[in-house]
Design a protein around this ligand. Sequence first.
Ligand SMILES: Nc1nc2c(ncn2[C@@H]2O[C@H](COP(=O)(O)OP(=O)(O)OP(=O)(O)O)[C@@H](O)[C@H]2O)c(=O)[nH]1
Ligand SMILES: [Mg+2]
Length: 220
Amino acid sequence: MTDSVKTEAELQAEAIETARVLFARPVSFVMGAVSVDQLPSDELPEVAFAGRSNVGKSSLINALVSHKHLARASNEPGRTRELNFFRLNDAMHMVDLPGYGWARASKVAVKKFQNLGRDYLRGRPNLKRAYLLIDARHGLKDVDNEPMDALDKAAVSYQIVLTKADKIKPAELAKVIAATQAGIKKRPAAHPIVLATSSEVGFGIPELRLEIMQTCGITL
Ligand SMILES: Nc1nc2c(ncn2[C@@H]2O[C@H](COP(=O)(O)OP(=O)(O)OP(=O)(O)O)[C@@H](O)[C@H]2O)c(=O)[nH]1
Ligand SMILES: [Mg+2]
């Protein structure tokens, strides 16, 4: 018998493949909620994508499901103003949140959709994890402290995902990852590992799919 025990690397490759299959399953837009009284049912496990305006939240959702235009991405900051819910394989939701730190809108309008994101993050029982996106070129900025403080205070698990990794050299990326990991060390609700991605070239996307699948407890 040559029924060999699988190596760690083989198991990881299999898990990555299962996650790829999950994210190739049917995905649909459920709704855009403009208030927290309108959210869809909270029966399915859910993950949400938060971060500064223009950091690449909508693009990342599109990259995960290999669709170009499922979530509306745009160069115009403040594109996403609602909580946009997407259902994957009738098994989980992904939520595209409005961005923060966007100066070029009326203060009242900005506050309204930023409060919406904050209220959602604080009060959603089926939210398994928030992914807080940070531009790999810039790393953590002061403006990112507010959402991290709120997530720590509400004890909502979150993980930092660097975006637009294609825009910097690998050596710089390694430095930003290390600096970001150091920057969140004392944050109680932050996952210690910082992931790096590029929606443009697909870097880090298979690994993020696996993280999300495991976080939502999905098996195929
Ligand atoms: N080079 C590169 N560009 C990216 C990447 N991800 C997003 N972008 C670009 O960044 C811009 C903003 O992307 P969005 O996905 O719309 O950003 P968002 O975070 O959803 O923005 P808001 O909805 O305004 O909060 C778009 O022009 C994208 O094409 C990436 O990985 N690499
Ligand atoms: Mg968006």
